[in-house]
Design a protein around this ligand. Structure first.
Ligand code: GLU
Length: 308
């Protein structure tokens, strides 16, 4: 069976250096294995996603020389997300719960992703007579009990009891949008994704996704969660760094590719290079495992330290 990989940026802002480093690693992984590579623009959040951000991200990826075999806009897959909701409803796994983010925070139980765990308090509630479509409340999916152990090729321990550690996830929000957790599982399944390469910040969600895959009868991909590029203050590189291409450093795509390769540990020096050149020497054993702190100074991307 041939392998299928995907890169799935959220279209909540222009690409930043972390986005492009993640895209480069995903592309190198897929191309080095002869896998099919899907670009999925995750644009379901009506408050934060903008078509112009999607366009800007795609332009940056193309400018960098990263190509894809298929392009998916997640909002266009609504019928599939609805079908998954119908399936979950038929399994009796859906229930409404109007608990707000603040109320979940007030429960006071920390979750492995740094947020707060939901305590499944509304599990006993039924959907209204018209089913999930008739509910004006957020809807959660009751996860199966027990520990899930998704496989991380890089050796990260992803085992977790998601129903307890994170709590049942929201699958449809109050505003009617389907959640990331539902859509990622449905869309990875539909595209036949066999390998998920993504940043380590999402690792704590993997067991929840494995539990939803089990409910929906979808196969589990193999995962590889890679290092993150951090800001000097220690946080994940964020949109505050602005569009990477707009940075003074990005005078040429090879200059930025070389700097990114150095940031993730593929090259010792940030000499200009192309993704195709990196592909010839690519191996995950050459990629740094610890997160890297980077800073933009005087128009050049400086790796200030290894590790946060
Ligand atoms: N859309 C998510 C992000 O940009 C990534 C989702 C995934 O790779 O599963 O952080």
């Amino acid at each position: 069976m041939s392998e299928v990989c995907r890169f799935a940026p959220s279209t909540t802002g222009p690409a930043h250096l972390g986005t492009l480093a993640a895209a480069l690693l995903c592309w190198l992984d897929a191309r080095s294995r002869g896998a099919r590579l899907v670009l999925r623009l995750e644009d379901l959040d009506p408050d934060r996603c903008r078509p112009e951000f999607a366009r800007a991200i795609e332009e940056d990826l193309a400018w960098l020389g990263l190509d894809f075999d298929e392009r998916v806009e997640q909002h266009a897959r609504r019928a599939h997300h609805e079908a998954a909701m119908d399936r979950l409803e038929a399994l009796g796994a859906l229930y409404p719960c109007s608990a707000t983010r603040e109320e979940v925070r007030a429960i006071g139980r920390r979750a492995p992703d740094g947020g707060f765990a939901y305590d499944n308090r509304a599990r006993g509630r039924a959907l209204p007579p018209g089913g999930w479509r008739a509910s004006v409340e957020p809807i959660r999916a009751r996860l199966p009990d027990g520990v899930f152990r998704p496989l991380d090729e890089g050796g990260l321990d992803l085992s977790q009891e998601p129903a307890l550690a994170m709590g049942d996830p929201v699958v449809r929000r109050r505003d009617g949008a389907f959640s990331y957790q539902l859509a990622v599982v449905v869309d990875d399944g539909a595209a036949g994704v066999t390998r998920v390469v993504r940043g380590r910040d999402i690792a704590p969600s993997t067991a929840t996704q494995a539990a939803l895959q089990a409910l929906l009868g979808l196969p589990a991909p193999v995962y590889r969660h890679h290092l993150l590029l951090l800001e000097e203050r220690g946080g994940k590189l964020a949109k505050t760094h602005g569009a990477a291409r707009g940075a003074a450093l990005a005078r040429s795509a090879p200059a930025l590719t070389g700097a990114l390769a150095c940031c993730v540990g593929l090259r010792e020096r940030p000499d200009p290079c192309t993704p195709a050149e990196l592909l010839r020497e690519f191996d995950w054993s050459r990629v740094a495992t610890a997160d890297r702190v980077v800073s933009l100074r005087d128009g050049s991307l400086t790796l200030t330290a290894s590790g946060p």
